[in-house]
Design a protein around this ligand. Sequence first.
Ligand code: HEM
Length: 419
Amino acid sequence: MKAAPEQIPPPPRGSLGELFNPFLPEQIEDPYPIYARARREEPVFYSPPLDVWIVTRYADIVAVLRDTDRFSSFNSLYVRAEPIPEVRAVLREGYEEFTSLVQSDPPDHTRVRAVFGKAFTPLRVAALEGHIRELTRELIDAFIRDGHAELVSQIALPLPGYVICDLLGVPRSEMKQLRAWHEDKQALMAGSAPPEAQVASARGYVAMQRYFQAQIEARRAKPREDLLSLLVPEEIGGSAALSMQEAVCNAMDLLAAGHETSTALLASGIDLLLAHPEVADALRGDPSLIPGAIDEMLRCESPVRGFFRAVTEDAEVAGVRIPKGARVYLLYASGNRDEAEFADGERFDIHRRDTGKHLAFGKGIHFCVGSLLARTEAKIALEELLERLPGLRRGKDPARRSPFILMRAFDSLPIAWDA
Ligand code: HEM
């Protein structure tokens, strides 16, 4: 058995444990060479800067995802399992633990997932298509005459952002405040900012909890046709088998899951098309290729790089022993390029037949509940952008990648076209 993480000796020079550092600008810009090297040389390794075991091969990731008894989803979104004490003190003013669907295990997971099942049925998503197309057209109308735009702020962020606000039932005018709180939550997930900044983020996080609690309570008396009404707990007279804490945490997670991932998919998808104009032409010529192309975009540039699992008893992954109490980081973005699973896995190829088995939406019991909504938003946005922006190309200013290590995303992506 390997030693507990704190007793692990420093990694040998040149080993993956030493080379892998997702905070380095070059690994934010292009992480794929180090992922490929890990898959070849050390598919499972301990990373000191993250204090986790990294799992990089497709088959090993899937094996861990299936073993929900030994690999718990507790704190699965957080780079640091334990917040610093100053942050914990602020969190105690609200709900200290974050008990949302994605961070729960059976039997709680099974109970909460049943509540979500009603919210994202294919019928409900299909009913949203007209609304999503109308919104997409309005957003494009606002900049189409300019001949240039900044894709993230002008469409990739507002489109899924407004859709999730409309679904939850919160006014779009509050998007700016919600976004600021969401960034506080992201900062806590990353856990790498200086302590004072983390404390400020924790205050924003508690304010966001209070906001959603008030929104949910308001729906107890007056239910509406929205997702927050579906989350009103039985204990206060609603229909959801949830505690108030679970209702609040899930509302916060939905806001995040519902927009930042889709924003990343749209921006990365367009970036891939800018790098492969022949594919953009093929999609313009035959829009029925777009859904398959979206899966290939998700495979090649997975918006969620990976999530964590907590090891509940001594385990072994690909022959590497991982002690109880440690954490693993399942690198979906690496598994999705694993040559053992996808021939010529580094290549973007929209005609692949097996691209649908990618891990971009996870696998198993935590498979993304919003995958259909995300695909629908991306399909409509790509159809409209490709049709209405002829000669789509990169804009003058350079694109900027997001430094948030859990996501593969852009902060800005300037584009231009023939106006
Ligand atoms: C391109 C867009 C999206 C990507 C890449 C994505 C990715 C993921 C991934 C990887 C997981 C699995 C988590 C794990 O393994 O622990 C997940 C779960 C989840 N996603 Fe998404 N997601 C997207 C869009 C959405 C949308 C639009 C919503 C809702 C409006 C959503 C809601 C959720 C929820 C609630 C879960 C938790 C499911 C569970 O634990 O049972 N996602 N998503």
